[in-house]
Design a protein around this ligand. Structure first.
Ligand SMILES: Cc1cc2nc3c(=O)[nH]c(=O)nc-3n(C[C@H](O)[C@H](O)[C@H](O)COP(=O)(O)OP(=O)(O)OC[C@H]3O[C@@H](n4cnc5c(N)ncnc54)[C@H](O)[C@@H]3O)c2cc1C
Length: 317
């Protein structure tokens, strides 16, 4: 019986950078799987209406569904699963090469995929299971910065995703920037009351603040520290206090690698090629990459460029 195939490319995340990279890599003949821990489509699923992606206007979810279908029809496997670790393989361990037993993580080999004799370079842990791959693309984007404490009351980080759960309730929104005020404007018509709490003065654009102050069921409390006792008095709390790069799956690997992160914790490319990190064979694209513009249109372009680099590198190895 033939050994289960090693992936040519494992992609972590399924936002626009990942799905674009997967499409390009599969069309270049690579055996590709995408692994996603939450929503297929990534942050696209949080965009109510996209108006700055050329050729498409509408809900982000619709664009995500189209990108997924297009990648799958090119031969990509899109699977749910959280990547918790990435480990480079020693050359001797690399040759045995099982991927996962999970059939959902096994895309079909294309006629011109990279030689099955080529060794795996990485072993990933996906939902506790090992998956082996010749190259890995990090496309994990950024994630909401969490509150520094836990609450008894439910906490949400996405208004579009959880607005239904807040209908008719007394809610709090924590944060004072554009995101907090913009999301409050969307939530206020649905809820009984909305209290916006910020530890400083509001920093959002003045026209947004004016709109929010005009709403009858909104109270703005500036210069107030959020505490568990205060927030637990609300039926639900929405938190918009910034973003941070989603790098936990590479934390161990990167800890001993100089020049892996930039000063803000985003992942640097530019090691040998534009998207290769300081770890050979490990690439980065989209919002996670240092210096990215962090828009849908740049994420898709970045994913495509990374896939071309990876394909060329695997074929010349
Ligand atoms: C509310 C909101 C509105 C926006 N509006 C616009 C807009 O109008 N126009 C625009 O151009 N851009 C907009 N953006 C920005 C745009 O969505 C991002 O720039 C783009 O989605 C980045 O794509 P990405 O593929 O790099 O990452 P993401 O879309 O963030 O996808 C990353 C994915 O990786 C997954 N992931 C992370 N860690 C792991 C792990 N360990 N294992 C498995 N999966 C993992 C995450 O769950 C996520 O699904 C908006 C963003 C938000 C949040």
């Amino acid at each position: 019986m033939p050994a289960p195939a090693v992936l040519d490319l494992a992609i972590i995340g399924s936002g626009p950078a990942a799905l674009s990279a997967a499409l390009y890599a599969a069309r270049a003949g690579l055996r590709v799987s995408v692994f996603e821990r939450a929503n297929i489509g990534g942050a696209l699923c949080e965009i109510a209406q996209i108006s700055n992606y050329p050729g498409f206007t509408g809900p982000g979810r619709d664009l995500a569904a189209t990108m997924r279908r297009q990648a799958e029809s090119a031969g990509v496997t899109v699977a749910y699963g959280e990547c918790t670790a990435i480990r480079p393989l020693e050359p001797s361990a690399a040759s045995a090469a099982p991927a996962s037993d999970d059939a959902s993580a096994q895309p079909a080999a294309s006629a011109n995929s990279v030689s099955d004799a080529a060794p795996a370079r990485f072993e990933l842990t996906i939902d506790g299971e090992p998956v082996r791959a010749r190259a890995v693309l990090l496309a994990t984007g950024s994630e909401p910065r969490p509150l520094p404490f836990t609450l008894a009351t439910p906490v949400s980080y996405c208004a579009l995703c959880d607005a239904d759960l807040a209908k008719g309730q007394d809610i709090a929104v924590v944060g004072g920037g554009n995101s907090a005020v913009q999301e409050s404007l969307g939530l206020a018509p649905l809820v009984k009351s909305l209290t916006l709490i910020t530890h400083s003065a509001l920093k959002a654009e003045p026209h947004l603040i004016t709109q929010l102050r005009a709403l009858p069921n909104v109270t703005i409390r500036e210069h107030l520290e959020s505490t568990p006792d205060l927030l637990n008095t609300f039926a639900r709390v929405f938190v918009f206090i910034g973003k941070r790069p989603a790098t936990t799956c590479v934390a161990d690997l990167a800890a001993s690698t100089p020049d892996f992160y930039d000063a803000a914790g985003y992942v640097r490319g530019g090691h040998g090629s534009a998207h290769q990190t300081a770890i050979p064979g490990l690439y980065v694209a989209g919002d996670l990459r240092s210096d990215a513009l962090r828009q849908v249109v740049t994420a898709t372009g970045d994913g495509a460029a990374a896939a071309v680099e990876i394909s060329q590198s695997l074929r010349s190895a």
